[in-house]
Write a protein that binds this ligand. Sequence first.
Ligand SMILES: *[C@@H]1O[C@H](CO)[C@@H](O)[C@H](O)[C@H]1NC(C)=O
Ligand SMILES: *[C@@H]1O[C@H](CO)[C@@H](O)[C@H](O)[C@H]1NC(C)=O
Ligand SMILES: *[C@@H]1O[C@H](CO)[C@@H](O)[C@H](O)[C@H]1NC(C)=O
Ligand SMILES: *[C@@H]1O[C@H](CO)[C@@H](O)[C@H](O)[C@H]1NC(C)=O
Length: 191
Amino acid sequence: MARLLLATVAATVLLLAAGATAQQQGCENATFPAGRSFARCNTLPVLDASLHWTYHAANGTAELAFRARSSATGWVAWGINPGGAGMAGSNVFLASQGGGGGAAVSVLTTVLRSTAPALDNTTLQFGVPVPPTAEYAAGAYTIYVTVALPGNSTQQNTVWQAGPVSGGAIMPHPVSGPNLQSVKRQDFLSG
Ligand SMILES: *[C@@H]1O[C@H](CO)[C@@H](O)[C@H](O)[C@H]1NC(C)=O
Ligand SMILES: *[C@@H]1O[C@H](CO)[C@@H](O)[C@H](O)[C@H]1NC(C)=O
Ligand SMILES: *[C@@H]1O[C@H](CO)[C@@H](O)[C@H](O)[C@H]1NC(C)=O
Ligand SMILES: *[C@@H]1O[C@H](CO)[C@@H](O)[C@H](O)[C@H]1NC(C)=O
């Protein structure tokens, strides 16, 4: 009995510790360069990523920042699937540092027409009123995006991802574990 109690206490302490760690890694204290701030944020469930945004009801736009940990020789992406859920059909913003050697961070916008997409830099199927930009700092990419939320809906099917760059080329992301769990029905009103 005493032993069981001890085990329970130990488990509770462990749970509390895990909760505290998760909270410290929460999105709330993320900092951004001067002039950038966001009203709400969500820590995303996988891939060490978070979404920060300000929703403007009057014009149906969201200004957002997607931040995800990555090595400098990696890429990250975030997007919305306006016609379904999951990867195929998603319209994404992908940040990478092409070519290595300190090359600037660039963003490409592409529609993922299949699960083996061409990654051509194209116009998306919803409004992007401000050109996207991205930065790489402290082991994470941040992509700054303004979107006209498709259908003027504050609920969207979103995806995010991270993978390697090799010789300046964007290579496929892993196809197991967290890389297959990076989908979320995102609520831009409440988060
Ligand atoms: C954010 O920072 C404040 C002040 O340092 C701290 O009290 C709070 O616990 C932090 N919150 C998270 C989620 O890390
Ligand atoms: C949308 O409205 C907000 C708030 O009024 C404004 O700051 C922003 O520039 C507008 N965005 C566009 C793309 O018009
Ligand atoms: C989007 O919907 C809001 C109400 O949720 C409405 O006030 C606004 O006029 C709509 N904007 C557009 C661009 O349709
Ligand atoms: C994609 O096209 C935009 C607009 O022409 C450009 O600013 C951006 O650098 C391009 N991205 C890449 C990765 O080439």
